[in-house]
Design a protein around this ligand. Structure first.
Ligand code: HEM
Length: 171
């Protein structure tokens, strides 16, 4: 690792943890907010809850997700955690991203459907979300030795190959 980058690691980790707290907290909050998208609550309240869920998804939760992923990706290389628990963690992060996209789908549908879109009841999605979050936290905090699980070489060993040099077109 480049030595002058070492002091950056704690800051990057703090950024990662703050961003993922916002991201995961938001993913828990949004299904509850979506369940309140009921036209029966009245026009003013309906508009308020719709705006709140839309704004928090677009301006807080999605940027937090991107920040957590970018900071986490940097951390992989700076901390050199090319380990099985990290690969397992990434599989569960992919599930979290799928959940994020599914919530986004409902937010768009609610916005486009004149109060007719049926939003899911929150309990099922919240229980489903709990699984990847708990597994990720267990993996990252316990860092279990999973090295007996066979992994292909290209995931654990440097390939020592030159990156392809792309041709720059001349105009
Ligand atoms: C693509 C997404 C992610 C990547 C690439 C990533 C990567 C990383 C890396 C490399 C570390 C440093 C590990 C170390 O220093 O040993 C880390 C720390 C951490 N990550 Fe992630 N992470 C991601 C998403 C998440 C998510 C979604 C959660 C929680 C739900 C999470 C929870 C944590 C925690 C709590 C730490 C601090 C662990 C410690 O310092 O012992 N990460 N992450």
């Amino acid at each position: 690792m480049i030595s002058w980058l070492e002091p950056v690691i704690p800051h990057l980790k703090a950024l990662h943890v703050i961003a993922l707290a916002l991201w995961v907290g938001g993913l828990f909050g949004l299904p509850v907010m979506l369940a309140r998208h009921d036209p029966a609550i009245g026009q003013a309240d309906y508009t308020r809850i719709r705006l709140a869920s839309h704004v928090s998804y677009v301006w807080i939760i999605t940027p937090a997700a991107v920040t957590a992923i970018v900071a986490g990706t940097w951390l992989i290389f700076l901390r050199e955690v090319f380990t099985v628990w990290m690969f397992a963690k990434l599989v569960f992060v992919a599930l979290l991203i799928g959940f994020h996209a599914w919530i986004g789908h409902h937010i768009v549908k609610v916005g486009e459907s004149d109060g007719r879109h049926q939003t899911p009841r929150p309990i099922g999605p919240l229980l489903i979300l709990l699984v990847p979050v708990l597994v990720i936290l267990t993996l990252v905090l316990l860092k279990p030795e999973l090295e007996e699980i066979p992994m292909p070489d290209w995931l654990t060993q440097p390939r020592e190959r030159q990156l392809p040099v792309s041709e720059v077109p001349r105009w």
